[in-house]
Unconditional design. Structure first.
Lengths: 197, 300
């Protein structure tokens, strides 16, 4: 896919920056200091690692209870994507449910990137995938006490089997706004590569 | 394995669903105003490419920027699928037909009929109708630039202005901030190509703003803080913070390497004793045809 390959250098840079930011924010205190501000890790099936979801930066006015609720809802939307895109049984070719929480156009664009936004490009050749890390930091825009938008900074670790054992990392941002009944992804900035690349 | 990245923000859908309509009767003054352009039907615009006419207005306190004269005009297109964007500069003194008002300088359209008429006038010239018109007063733009910590522009030549900046702006990559950045985009008389070079400088400022936003988009909470800052200056009815958040994220997703800029060429003419620019309508249409589908102009 020429477009993707031509952006490789920038992608590496973005990936490095992203990792640095996450690493620094994880130990620098600020809004992310201390115990998780969000809900308890939301465990799924026993074989899956729990989601480490916490509140990132809050800009504007938003109470703690509402901020925690945003973290829970955004984390749930991220989990829907991660479970559908990377989890589940293999080999398989159906990854449609992964983008149920995306807007229609965002879903289309995500499906055009089967090698990044899901395992669709390699799903038929895989025998198993273990999700080894689920890290979500949620930055929130609060206006007049209500959440108007959120950025979910994610780091997902994958151990893939089939066609050679390997570990990969998916990092980046999902962009969300509130809709009736939850939060919806309207954009994304995501990179994928070898773990630590 | 090559690390791969995908990025997008579905601005088209966002704006299609957004009621950013600001009635022309909305009380002024404002420093930043976003106006949705009313369109009849079936306009030939790819829904994935959003067009915004950015206009800088020089209004004094208590003056209504919605009915002033636009000093700077840039038609900006963003392809939300690819992250490409283009800016087409329209010289302020371009002599063009204004629907219902004969022919006049393009910037008079704002005075005659507000943002709607300005948008339609520029749209008729370019063959691409803007979806939105954004008006910024000089002070509003200065505050916006200060709010993001200033910008860096690639200045092709030294130039100065005895009134605005006698010491001038050095050639090369320079940092500018606040009102000094606005002045960089205002100077005309000391530039060899006058209004055309000024329009190009306006595009350098736009590029600088976008680069700054894109470079900081990954900083936790940076976009959120930026949107909050804009909200303090944007006084429009019906604009929800949620929609502004989406717009801000979409601008951040533009790839600076995929930004193309052109200034509409023309010749200097004289109409009723006044010096005006006679724009190349053929070139305007070529730009519009070229960029309509992908917000990219292959050749200026």
């Amino acid at each position: 896919m020429p477009k993707v390959l031509s952006r490789a250098d920038r992608a590496r840079k973005v990936a490095v920056v992203t990792v640095l930011v996450l690493a620094l924010s994880g130990c620098s205190g600020g809004d992310e200091k201390g115990a998780p501000s969000g809900p308890e890790p939301s465990g799924h099936a026993t074989e899956q690692v729990p989601t480490d979801a916490r509140l990132g930066k809050v800009r504007g006015r938003l109470g703690k209870a509402k901020a925690d609720a945003v973290v829970a809802a955004v984390s749930a939307a991220v989990d829907t994507w991660v479970d559908g895109a990377y989890g589940g049984d293999y080999p398989r070719t159906d990854f449609g449910p992964a983008f149920a929480g995306f807007t229609r156009d965002a879903r289309k664009l995500a499906q055009r990137q089967p090698g990044v936004m899901s395992n669709a490009a390699v799903g038929a050749d895989l025998s198993a995938v273990e999700i080894t890390e689920r890290r979500v930091r949620v930055d929130v825009l609060g206006v007049d006490g209500r959440a108007a938008g959120a950025t979910a900074r994610v780091r997902i670790g994958l151990a893939l089997s089939g066609g050679g054992e390997r570990t990969e990392q998916v990092t980046g941002r999902l962009l969300l706004t509130p809709v009736k009944g939850g939060w919806q992804v309207f954009g994304f900035d995501v990179s994928r590569g070898k773990e630590g690349a | 394995m090559v690390r791969r990245i995908v990025r997008t923000a579905v601005l088209g859908l966002v704006l299609a669903l957004t009621a950013l309509v600001v009635p022309d009767s909305t009380p002024a003054p404002t420093t930043l105003t976003l106006v949705k352009v009313d369109r009849a039907e079936g306009v030939d615009v790819d829904p994935d490419v959003v067009w915004i006419l950015a206009a800088g207005v020089d209004t004094r306190p208590r003056e209504d920027p919605l009915h002033s004269r636009a000093d700077a005009l840039q038609l900006v297109g963003i392809d939300t699928r690819t992250g490409a964007a283009t800016a087409i500069g329209i010289p302020r003194d371009s002599w063009v037909p204004i629907p219902g008002h004969g022919s006049n300088r393009v910037n008079a359209a704002l005075y005659f009929g507000g943002p709607q008429l300005l948008g339609r006038t520029v749209g008729d010239l370019m063959g691409v109708q803007p979806d939105y018109v954004m008006l910024a007063t000089f002070s509003g733009l200065a505050e916006l630039i200060s709010g993001i910590g200033g910008i860096t522009v690639d200045n092709p030549r030294f130039f100065a202005d005895s009134h605005l900046n006698p010491r001038g702006w050095k050639a090369g990559r320079i940092k500018i901030n606040g009102m000094r950045a606005v002045e960089f985009a205002r100077v005309r008389k000391s530039l060899p190509q006058g209004d055309f070079d000024r329009s190009a400088n306006q595009q350098r400022v736009i590029r600088g703003i976008q680069r700054k936003i894109a470079a900081n988009a990954e900083r936790p909470g940076w976009i959120e803080a930026g949107v909050l800052s804009v909200l303090r200056h944007l006084k429009t009815r019906g604009v929800s913070p949620k929609e502004l958040f989406r717009i801000g994220q979409a601008i951040a997703q533009v790839d600076p390497r995929k930004v193309t800029t052109c200034v509409l060429p023309g010749s200097i003419g004289n109409i009723n004793g006044a010096s005006v620019v006679l724009p190349s309508v053929g070139t305007a249409r070529r730009y519009g045809d070229d960029a309509r589908k992908d917000a990219t102009i292959k050749r200026c």
